[in-house]
Design a protein. Sequence first.
Lengths: 404, 256
Amino acid sequence: MTNRPVYYLWSFLLILFTVIGFLILYFRTTQGLIITNLNNIIGWGLWVSFYIFFIGLSMGCYLIFSLGYVLDFKKFKSLGPLALYSALICLITGFLFILIDIGHMGRFWTVFINRNTTSILSWELHLYVVYLLIIIIQLWFLLRKDILNHLYKSRKESFFTKILLQNRELSSFNWERDSTIIKNIGYIGIPLAIAVHGGTGAIFAVIKARSFWNTGLFPIVFLVSASVSGVALQIFLLTLFKRGKKNLIKSLYNVLLILILFDLVLFLSQFIVGIYSDLPGQTSILQILTTGSFSKLFWLGQIGVGIFIPLLIFFLDFNKYTLAYMVGALSSLIGVFVTRMNLVIPQLTIPVLNGLVEAYESARVTNVYIPSTIEWIFSFGILLFSTLIFLYGLYLLPIFSDAS
Amino acid sequence: MNQDKIDRRKAILGLGLTGMGMAFGELLRVSLNESDKWTKYPSSKKQQYAMLINLDLCIGCNSCTIACKQENHTPPGVQYNIVLKKREGTYPQCKERYLPRPCMHCEKPPCVKVCPVGATKKRKDGIVDIDYNKCIGCRYCLTACPYGARAYDFGENYYTPPNSFEKARSYEYGNEWVREKGKSPINNVRKCHFCLHRIKKGLEPACVQSCMAQARTFADINQVGNAITTNIANENFWRLKDELGTFPSVLYVGKF
């Protein structure tokens, strides 16, 4: 925190992008979803895929944090701060994606007033808030010692210093209690994180009109592939910032591999049951995925990048190069995102009634969806914004103080 | 009494379990609530609107689609009523069959269940209602509807600037709506409402009135001697996707 010019540069960049972002957001609020290529047959598209991807990523990161700090796996304890911090940023990114996806953005807060007990989405949105609070509280207790130490040393009389130190001496704080508090909150946090992302899967699984989604396996598929992405993100970040020992990264990569294979097993289970049952609702979607309009995304993205490359890197045994692990983790991350798209969009391209698309001539009644340029611009804008916040926080907060 | 003191952990656990129990109970209550209403006639409600469509009379002219568009001033891409077509055989032995599809106004509507803000509700007279001022436009109901009856208003118009017909107010769900940028019903999900504003005046829905083959019959089936009574008593009707257990209020007669 001594490098002043770099700090000012980051602050300037962050503020600049925030201002630009809000200007674009204004454009989105005035124009509505007219700027997207969504239509009345395919109501959810790229942004919803990103939303479920990031909520899952958050849950995956949170579980890695819990491995060390709640379940007492000593080996993974050093990952804690980074994992918890990335869980927070991923959650916020997910919120941003779902925010720009709803029609009346100005009414988003009404979901906390107008509740509907039978709606999974309503429950989900409330759980998100609790989950967010739990992450923030745990992060505070995790970093409290370092932050207060730093504030005390700098001895600047600012508003924050007064509030946080409360005119107390550092020795009067009970640091030993912190890890117990983190652990106890974690007992609520772990089931909550699973509920948060299992619930995201349930949003889709409860729709009886769509037979590919409407299975009990669907939320579990979400949970497992979310864990894949969480582990992959941690490996990617650790190798990128050159933190973490090689054996730690190696064992994380083993975990990643097991999770990828488990994810594959679940997917195959759904696939085979679908083919065997020979119901049009099941076979048509598998046909779209394997030979139809989504075959490139499926074979190259989901299978090739998501499963084949990480496996290849594991079996070719690049023990000496952390770069190989980084590539494997990144490719697995991209694979999980493509999987998310393949879970959401192909099912929607099948109209619920035969002849629904042909019955009415309109550009908004079609079963073809290709994300518009503006949708991609918005997505990259949000990704850039989150990356900046992430790096900004990494610079300000003592995330890496005891990780290395 | 003093021996089993309630410590913090027990209290939190107890509260959590109570909350989960209440949530589960609520879900159970809602899902079991009068699930077999449509199997008994007449139901205990005062009013139950229903529509009977005779497919053997339908000639596929789409006048119901046009009448609906005129009545509700719907923009491009938003259609409350459509007519599905099915072709059978090859020339000269061929047939074309039609199935008009309004909103089914299900007895157990999947769209109502999923709405995160409770903007869409089942009215006591059987109509599934949308509160445009509550709807946040998340399109969950659009995805959940098994009949594709819902459409999202993207704010598009047939003409730029919109002509006087498109700017005219419509009277959906008994309220007045003018389509202006950024205001409801733009950015909302919309659907057929059995022309509620016309029913209130004692008129039939626009599609029923405009059908020249008189294929559609609209009635309050809880009134004695209504037009659909004999069909219901003889169980002479079928419902679209009945296997999903949604119990639609739109009944069909004839072959599709």
